[in-house]
Design a binder for this molecule. Structure first.
Ligand code: PEP
Ligand code: MG
Length: 592
């Protein structure tokens, strides 16, 4: 059987399926022998106790950082777990039904949550989310976490799940997971981005994938085309093997570009960086032929844990990355939490529109101590390599001023502590919101560089959720509105003598990279996988001709017209395999 979705991370994989179900879904009904009942009650009490301890720790952290008001949400969670009715009902259920704690507890919590189902009051509806959150926390302790489930995989497998958050993708054991397929998500969802960074083939937005597969069945996934094929026949398997070998040979041949610069045929040099999400990827970046790291997403230090990372822990990680790049610049982006990257101990409660909510620099500014801790760690790493600092999601000058003030305070703290750092660290901002585009001239006066985050800039410019698979065909990097935003930003930055990069996924497409160069961008940062492909494209074109091409693209009325123009003018200049790759990646995705 063949299922199609969105190609999220390139590559091919063959192997057995592993169905991954979340805590709520993964609960099995198990009949207990009478002598096992007491032990099960103990396990239940222990799970409640650990959950209470987690919550109390989170609560105190929030109270110290944000004050008692923000900590209240966790008091509510604690109250839910302390409810004597819950304890009694579940104990009674385990004893009377001789069923496992997870099964009885889930049934009880589902019953409580359903009483809020049809209430109009938003406050009460929020309580439903609290109950679900509490239930998940306890179930995690009763069942073991998702990542632990992956550790139990006996052989490498293709994971099929409803959803995996970015932190879960970051934690997948690479030697056990050949690739994954999700029922939801988009190409620029952070889970997809992390998969590309880690070289894990992935497909997203395959509705009903879970119910269509069984654990253990043989499957193939094609991360270029976005296809999952279960029980492929012998000839299909043989074809996959041939293609896997071809991809391996091509990757090898790309290595020859490692020491070549990203320069056009007529000598225009571009700085080509790699995007990293985890320190462990630095080794691959160092040998990818990248001129540096154009975006290090630091959020992953904050996810999948119950408390904040320490300054020392972050410093060691940032220092490692800076050292690995051996004098090449590394842009550390400060925490871009919120949206789809939620750290529960930060106390961000359910938001109706998380991507328009407490996210990025906004969230960081509400936790000044945590923010300064990170800035100190980044500056300390600057004593060991060439470090740049970047703030995400800046929407105006006021936010930038507040961030810079905290940066100044962090530097004073480092001086008092006698810690070494480079005082000349360049400080830039991401341009990801239409407001930042329009205020680029003012923002350029207060920052050393810009990096355009096209993933967000596209979603906010076109008002299209980057994670929504139903909009995936409309979420368009080549929309003239996006291109004009890039041009406006470049002009404003250059007028102030600042350089501009692009670090969103858009830059990783060789054709788009060429167009961005024509629009005047000075730096690109792409996934490690895309570094040699983009370099190869840049080395195939004449810079002279690109400004004219960009001017024509800016006059187009639609993305389709831009794409046709690029096809006519650029494709013939690029190495044929780059064009074929794109044809594969964008081929119609029917079920044929
Ligand atoms: C972007 O928005 O383009 C970007 C690089 O940041 P992120 O994908 O982490 O939001
Ligand atoms: Mg972004």
């Amino acid at each position: 059987m063949r299922l199609s979705g969105i190609a999220a991370s390139p590559g091919l994989a063959l192997g057995p399926i592993f169905r991954f179900e979340r805590e709520e879904f993964a609960v099995r009904e198990i009949e207990l022998m009478p002598e096992a009942v007491e032990g099960e009650l103990e396990r239940f009490h222990a799970a409640l106790e650990v959950s209470r301890r987690d919550l109390a720790g989170i609560r105190d952290g929030i109270a110290a950082e944000l004050g008692e008001t923000d900590a209240r949400i966790y008091d509510a969670h604690l109250l839910i777990l302390d409810d004597p009715e819950l304890l009694e009902s579940v104990e009674r259920g385990i004893r009377a039904q001789h069923r496992n704690a997870a099964f009885v507890f889930r049934a009880y919590m589902t019953g409580i949550a359903s009483t809020f189902d049809n209430v109009e009051d938003e406050y009460l509806r929020e309580r439903r989310a609290d109950i679900a959150d509490c239930a998940r926390r306890v179930l995690r302790h009763l069942l073991g976490t998702g990542t632990r489930q992956f550790d139990e995989l006996r052989e490498p497998a293709i994971v099929v799940a409803h959803d995996l958050g970015p932190s879960e993708v970051a934690m997948l054991p690479r030697d056990k997971v050949l690739g994954f397929v999700l029922e939801v998500g988009g190409r620029t969802s952070h889970g997809a981005i992390v998969a590309r960074g880690r070289g894990i083939p992935a497909i997203v937005s395959v509705p009903a994938a879970l119910q269509s597969v069984r654990t253990g069945a043989t499957a193939a996934i094609d991360g270029y085309l976005g296809v999952l094929e279960t029980d492929p026949g012998e000839s299909a398997l043989a074809q996959y093997r041939v293609r896997m070998e071809r991809a391996r040979v091509r990757t090898e041949s790309m290595r020859s570009l490692e020491h070549e610069p990203a320069v056009t045929r007529d000598g225009h040099k571009l700085e080509l960086g790699a995007n990293l999400e985890l320190p462990g990827e630095a080794a691959a970046a160092a040998v990818s032929g990248a001129d540096g790291v154009g975006l290090f997403r630091t959020e992953f230090f904050y996810l999948n844990r119950t408390e904040r990372p320490t300054e020392e822990e972050q410093y060691q990680a940032y220092r490692y990355v800076a050292e690995r790049m051996q004098g090449r610049p590394v842009i550390f982006r400060t925490m871009d939490l919120g949206g789809d990257k939620v750290a529960s101990y930060l106390g961000v409660t359910h938001e109706t529109n998380p991507f328009l909510g407490l996210r990025g620099i906004r969230l960081a500014l509400t936790s000044p101590e945590m923010f300064r801790t990170q800035i100190r760690a980044i500056y300390r790493a600057s004593a060991h390599g060439r470090v740049r600092l970047m703030f995400p999601m800046v929407s105006g000058v006021e936010e930038l001023h507040r961030a810079l003030l905290l940066r100044d305070e962090a530097l004073v703290e480092l001086q008092v502590a006698g810690q070494a750092y480079d005082p000349k660290v360049e400080v830039g901002i991401m341009i990801e919101t239409p407001s930042a585009v329009w205020m680029a001239d003012a923002l350029a006066r207060h920052s050393d560089f810009f990096s355009i985050g096209s993933n967000d800039l596209i979603q906010y410019t076109l008002a299209m959720d980057r994670d929504n698979p139903r909009l995936a065909h409309l979420y368009e990097p080549l929309d003239p509105a996006v291109l004009r935003s890039v041009r406006h930003t470049v002009d404003a930055a250059h007028a102030a003598g600042r350089w501009v990069g692009v670090c969103g996924e858009m830059a990783g497409d060789p054709q788009n990279a060429v167009l961005l160069l024509g629009l005047g961008v000075d730096e690109l940062s792409v996934s490690v996988y895309d570094v040699p492909r983009v370099k190869s494209a840049i080395r195939s074109v004449q810079y002279e001709a690109l400004s004219e091409l960009a001017a024509r693209a800016l006059r187009c009325e639609s993305a389709e017209a831009v794409r046709a123009l690029m096809h006519r003018e650029v494709d013939r200049l690029l190495p044929s395999f780059l064009v074929q790759d794109r044809a594969q990646e964008t081929a119609p995705q029917g079920d044929a």
